[in-house]
Design a protein around this ligand. Sequence first.
Ligand code: FES
Length: 181
Amino acid sequence: MGNVRRRFYFFMKKPAAQLKEKAKGKYDKLDTVLEKYKGRGGVLVKVLQEAQEMYGHLPRELLIHVAYELDVPLSEVYSVVSFYSLFRTKTTGRIHLEVCSGTACYVKGMEDLLEYFRENLSLRPGGITDDEKYSLTTSNCMGVCSSAPVIKIGGELHGEMTLEKLQQLLKEHENDKQTQR
Ligand code: FES
C-alpha cells in the first residue's frame, strides 16, 4: 500500500477493506478507466470527467474510490472538483439550470436571476428542488459576455436574460418535458 493510501485510511478512520467492500461492484465501469490511467501523473481531471460522463455526477463515495485507486490524497480530489465548475457532486434535476457568475454577468444582474430561483423555487446554487425537477449551479464565464447575463438551460445557452424571458423559457422547457413523457 502506498504512503498516500496509508495516510488516507488513517484519516478516514475506516479500515481499507471496509471501504473497498462498500464500493465493490459499484464502479466496475469506472475501474476499467482507472486501470487505464493508474500510475500516470496528471490524470485526475480526465478520470473525473469520464466518471461524471458515466454516472452523471460525482458522489463522495465515488471520489473516495478514485482517490484510493489513483493513490492521491482525497483533499486533492476535492480541490480539483471544487476548482472546475463542470464537476457536480450532486445529482441534477430533470431541468438543469446554470447561471453564469462571471464579471460581465454579475454586473448585468445575474443576482436577480439567482434571487428569482431562491424566491420562486426555493433553489440555491448547488441545490435541487424536492421533486428533483430543477437543479441549479453557477459557473465561470461562459465566453459570451456581450450577451450578459447568460444562463444555460438543459445545456443550451440563453443570453440577455430578463426575468420575463426566464419565466417563458422555464415554461417552454416544462412543456417539452411533459410532451416527452
Ligand atoms: S461573464 Fe458571463 S458569459 Fe462572460
